[in-house]
Design a protein around this ligand. Structure first.
Ligand code: ZN
Ligand code: MN
Length: 487
């Protein structure tokens, strides 16, 4: 392969393992999530493969896997699918095989929609989507290998893309969109640091315009999106250097070392034949009724990108707003509920959400769905601001007050006299006193330093505890200051 660096493109496919957030494991009644639990405290004879036990499929796993498959736009969810044994020997795999799927998997085809910077949408094809159980964990400690079986039997969906990604950044974007979708569908928490979303990346390079595939390397054990991006970038650069130096790329398996930010060569990879797949004899095939499948598909929520497009079309939101408001499902639902309660005014609802409600969420570390400040509270605060019953700054204070106590904002305003100073006479009195008390500033203003008007407005706001309408205050002050000149 010849050519300069600029004519080379990367060809990347991602293999992801998604931990489903069911209550129990895939074939037994142990808790599925045992993050942080003491080793080997969340196990039973089934998930540790003791002799004489039989696995029983967890219906919730199949429900969630089907929901995910439907959201990946699969061509077909098979009415009849089979579990298979994947045989390999590894200390943290007590049965000596993993129950997975092989030929007749749950679903066939599909793609993930990946928005591109130019506004187009790339269909990243899915070539494999199946259910399987997780293996245990091997921990290296003090020169010894310790085995923790807690993770054995945790439900996974394995999903493999076609080599449709062209840069480390696109790979990172794919994972960001996948994680968004998993949380949106409530099938997985998608936390990479906790191993709920794991990613291996297949990377090769080729001259732009060349349609074939060159030998690839596989990067394993990367546990954050930032590390996926960094590891792939490193590997693309390494392959470019190898090719420039006239060397061949060998099909290595590489391990990312997070601490040093480097890639290390691992064992050479098994081939499929090594796994001696065969149908799992202890489990019946999974039969999905046509009516049930249709109901599952119908119950699929509107997906993030569809909702984003609808927010732009229906509410006239800028793409930027629509993107942020649909990052997470409860946030998008919160927005629509607030707009409905406000009776329109979508852009002003969006502004307040993006500036103030999101800040509140970050401070409290919660999702929109968990805020005490409900959409109707936000709507009523916005209504009071628009009707000039309260000032904008009082409105912003109210957000935090309602979030802290959960009271109705209108009741708070009435009870604590937070209403705007709307009495023109009272406002004039305050303004006149400030003009009288500050002859120096008045003189400077009248000599042409008109920017001092802001200072005068500030004084009135201070005296009224922020409850004066800034625009009217300004008008009143300008009038008083001008009248003084004429006199
Ligand atoms: Zn178990
Ligand atoms: Mn797998």
């Amino acid at each position: 392969m010849k050519g300069t660096m600029s004519e080379i493109e990367a060809v990347i496919g991602l293999e992801t393992h998604i931990q489903l957030n069911t209550r129990t494991k895939i074939f037994c009644a142990c808790r599925a999530d045992s993050w942080g639990a003491d080793p080997n405290t969340n196990i039973c004879p089934v998930c540790t493969g003791l002799p004489g036990v039989l696995p029983v499929p967890n219906q919730a796993v199949i429900d969630k896997a089907v929901r995910l498959a439907a959201a990946m736009h699969v061509d077909e969810i098979r009415p009849l699918s089979y579990f298979a044994r994947k045989n390999y020997f590894y200390p943290d795999l007590p049965k000596g095989y993993q129950i997975s799927q092989y030929d007749e998997t749950l679903a066939r085809g599909g793609h993930l929609d990946l928005p591109m910077p130019d506004g187009s949408v790339r269909h990243v094809r899915i070539v494999k989507l199946h259910q399987e159980e997780d293996a245990g964990k091997t921990v290296h400690q003090g020169g010894r290998r310790l085995i923790d079986f807690n993770r054995c039997g945790v439900p996974l969906v394995e999903m493999v893309t076609a080599p449709d990604l062209r840069s480390a950044d696109e790979a990172a974007q794919y994972l960001i969109r996948l994680r968004q979708l998993l949380r949106w569908l409530e099938v997985s928490d998608g936390d990479m640091e906790r191993g709920q979303l794991r990613c291996d990346a297949n990377v090769s390079i080729r001259p732009v315009g060349f349609e074939g595939l060159n030998p690839k390397t596989e990067i394993k054990n990367v546990n954050s999106i930032e590390n996926v991006r960094a590891a792939i970038e490193k590997e693309i650069e390494r392959q470019k250097r190898e090719v420039e130096a006239g060397r061949r790329i060998e099909a290595w398996t590489l391990e990312w070392d997070e601490d040093t930010g480097t890639l290390r060569k691992m064992r050479s990879k098994e081939t499929e034949a090594d796994y001696r797949y065969f149908r799992e004899p202890d489990l019946l095939p999974v039969r999905l009724e046509a009516g049930w499948l249709a109901a599952q598909r119908a119950a699929l929520p509107e997906l993030p990108l569809e909702r984003k497009a609808r927010f732009i079309a229906q509410y006239g939101l800028p793409a930027y707003d629509a993107e942020i408001l649909t990052e997470e499902r409860t946030l998008s639902e919160y927005f629509e509920a607030a707009v409905a309660a406000r009776g329109g005014e979508a852009k002003s609802v969006s502004n307040w959400m993006m500036n103030d409600v999101l800040r509140l969420m970050r401070e409290r570390g919660v999702l929109a769905g968990d805020l005490k400040l409900r959409p109707q509270h936000l709507a009523s605060i916005l209504r009071m601001v628009d009707e000039r019953k309260i000032t904008g700054s009082t409105g912003k204070e109210l957000l935090a007050r309602v979030e802290a106590g959960g009271q109705d904002p209108e009741t708070l305003v009435a009870a604590e006299g937070l209403g705007q100073v709307s009495d023109e006479g009272a406002l004039r009195q305050v303004a006149r006193r400030i003009v009288e008390d500050n002859p120096g500033q008045v003189e400077a203003y009248r000599k042409g330093k008109v920017t001092l008007i802001g200072w005068f407005v500030g004084q009135v706001m201070r005296q009224t505890g922020g409850k004066a309408d800034p625009q009217r205050t300004r008008a009143v002050l300008e009038e008083i200051l001008a009248a003084g000149t004429d006199a």
